[in-house]
Design a protein around this ligand. Structure first.
Ligand code: SF4
Length: 126
């Protein structure tokens, strides 16, 4: 569904997505209504404050390169190679983070942790 709105004299076409799923905290609310223009989500009906912040901070803008190695832009293949090298050389490798990460990616992270002998932890340990 699309609607139109005017902000500061500029007319935007809004796309409305009903029953969107929020994957931020794990509750997985699936009744969120999102309103988005061509670049960003501008309204999040029924999302809590965390979900609203999560949705509104994701844009279609390309803010970052696909990968960084030591702060320098790199291809994904180069980054995967560098990560493999870091993990191979590490004495006590740790896979950490995984918030806002899909179940599929978490499954791969656990598989990698078992393969390399890593400790795995999420941000919730903070
Ligand atoms: S809307 Fe809020 S409670 Fe629901 S999944 Fe997102 S962060 Fe969690």
């Amino acid at each position: 569904m699309t609607t139109a709105t005017a902000t500061e004299g500029v007319k935007h076409e809004l796309k409305v997505v009903k029953n969107a799923t929020c994957t931020f905290c794990g509750c997985v609310c699936d009744d969120i209504e999102l309103h988005a223009d061509a670049v960003r989500i501008v309204e999040t009906k029924r999302a809590c404050i965390l979900g609203e912040a999560w949705f509104k901070n994701h844009t279609a803008e390309r803010l970052y390169p696909d990968a960084l190695i030591d702060g320098r832009e790199a291809t994904v293949d180069e980054a995967v190679e560098a990560a493999a090298e870091f993990l191979h050389k590490a004495n006590m490798p740790l896979i950490y983070g995984l918030s806002n990460t899909t179940c599929e990616a978490q499954r791969e992270a656990v598989w990698l942790a078992e393969l390399v002998g890593c400790v795995i932890d999420s941000h919730t340990s903070l």
